[in-house]
Design a protein around this ligand. Structure first.
Ligand SMILES: Nc1ncnc2c1ncn2[C@@H]1O[C@H](COP(=O)(O)OP(=O)(O)OP(=O)(O)O)[C@@H](O)[C@H]1O
Ligand SMILES: O=C(O)[C@H](O)CO
Ligand SMILES: [Mg+2]
Length: 415
């Protein structure tokens, strides 16, 4: 593997490790005086790691607790906490079973109790009890449609909240009269707290009108009864919750810049809010790489272009892939023939779309290698089949579940 590829993978690995939530959880807890009786509820792809960190410093105070994470994302026992794995990105029976367990633990608490609520992305699928009149089939149907529609996460979660008994601030109401301390790892651009994991303990800023507009915009099919459920108002203020964001994509980009510098590249963070269609982002970043190579603008070589964010994919084909893989594949065409360049795109959670890859990597030879294998990039993109294309040329990045979840990181190196 070329040095450049190694360097890109090194920067990614280093940055993800540096933003694992352990220290941040511990710091946030240490600076507060927590009562002697805590109920712990941890949700999301980083739930296990966040719960482990909390347990290490206030384990003696935790009277009961539930950890709900994605399949294959837990790593063993944590004291007496009940650990569940469940469906993601679409909820399943285990989601509801585990979440009901959490609701049992927070019912009948007193004003002296605190619910330590550890929130990470993926929480929307993993923490769910449907509202009355809503079935699990309704949720899977609507979620599947939304995920393929090209709707962004704020829009998707606007709908999820209103079909749920725990999202959109409703979980915090169920914890009353106990207090809730929510420590949040953000995987939503702009750190919108009411969107992260659909904001179970945060006042909802979205309205019924927003929900209807989104349903129409993306042509989402709903049973007529669900339209009535959508009307039930979510809490717009909560008086028992304290919230702190303990990690986000900005930090991972900053660490990536530091690491790039250590490896001899002049770094530039272009944005931490990249949110366009994945393939467009790939083409655009490739165009910047070309500019660097041909005209030393906006940076001279050796340099590292760093982008954070979460692109979207309108899934139209029936192939396999994810937004990071699509971005890398789209970039491959546009950097074809360039020497000493590489672009790598990963989900910091270690899973990109419904695949076992975290993302993809491409250099100036990738397009040529694909041609030799008889793979047409245009067709692969048209079929949303970036996984098989990149796999054929050894260009998938696989990290396994990382223990964190702070959006996507894209590194382009030019030497
Ligand atoms: N074949 C495909 N090619 C490209 N993208 C796909 C494909 N199939 C699904 N996707 C995308 O993958 C996304 C879900 O994957 P992933 O688990 O990485 O999302 P996520 O945003 O990290 O989840 P969460 O935010 O809940 O942590 C969907 O939103 C969809 O747009
Ligand atoms: O779970 C979710 O809704 C997304 O990961 C955003 O937090
Ligand atoms: Mg995410």
């Amino acid at each position: 593997m070329s040095d450049l590829r190694n360097d890109a993978l090194d920067i990614i690995d280093y940055s993800i490790k540096a933003v694992l939530p352990d220290n941040a959880v511990k710091e946030a807890i240490k600076k507060r005086k927590l009562p002697d009786k805590i109920v712990l509820v941890a949700i999301g792809k980083a739930a296990w790691r966040m719960a482990k960190a909390a347990h290490e410093i206030v384990g003696d105070k935790i009277k009961s607790g539930v950890v709900i994470t994605k399949y294959h994302h837990s790593q063993g026992k944590i004291g007496d906490l009940k650990i569940f794995e469940a469906g993601h990105p679409v909820p399943d029976e285990n989601t509801i079973k585990a979440s009901s367990e959490a609701l049992k633990m927070v019912s009948n608490l007193s004003p002296e109790d605190t619910v330590l609520f550890l929130v990470s992305g993926g929480g929307s699928a993993l923490f769910e009890v449907p509202q009355e009149g809503v079935t699990l089939e309704d949720l899977t149907g609507v979620t599947n449609q939304l995920l393929r529609s090209g709707a962004d996460i704020v829009e998707i979660n606007t709908i999820r909240k209103r079909l749920s008994a725990v999202k959109g601030g409703r979980f915090a109401l169920l914890c009353k009269p106990a207090k809730v301390l929510a420590l949040v790892l953000s995987d939503v651009l702009g750190d919108r707290l009411d969107s992260i994991a659909s904001g179970p303990a945060y006042p909802d800023s979205t309205t019924w009108e927003d929900a209807i507009r989104i349903i129409q915009k993306y042509g989402i099919q709903l049973r007529p009864e669900l339209l009535k459920v959508l009307k039930n108002e979510t809490p717009k203020s909560l008086d028992n919750v304290e919230t702190e964001i303990i990690g986000s994509v900005s930090r991972v980009c900053e660490v990536a810049a530091e690491r790039a510098k250590m490896l001899g590249y002049e770094p530039m963070i272009f944005t931490t809010t990249l949110d366009c269609e994945a393939r467009e982002a790939g083409s655009f970043i490739a165009a910047i790489i070309r500019e660097v190579v041909t005209s030393s603008r906006p940076l001279k070589k050796p340099c590292a272009l760093i982008f954070g964010g979460e692109t979207v994919v309108h899934v139209r084909g029936n192939g396999k892939g994810g937004r990071n893989q699509e971005l890398a594949l789209a970039a491959a065409t546009k950097i074809e023939g360039l020497r000493e360049v590489v672009i790598a795109s990963v989900g910091t959670d270690g899973t990109d779309g419904p695949t076992d890859a975290a993302g993809g990597i491409a250099d100036g030879n990738t397009a040529q290698k694909l041609k030799k294998k008889g793979i047409n990039i245009e067709s692969a993109l048209a079929n949303n089949d970036s996984y098989h294309a990149l796999d054929a040329v050894g260009s998938l990045i696989k990290t396994g579940p990382t223990g964190t979840n702070v959006n996507d990181l894209i590194i382009a190196l030019c030497k």
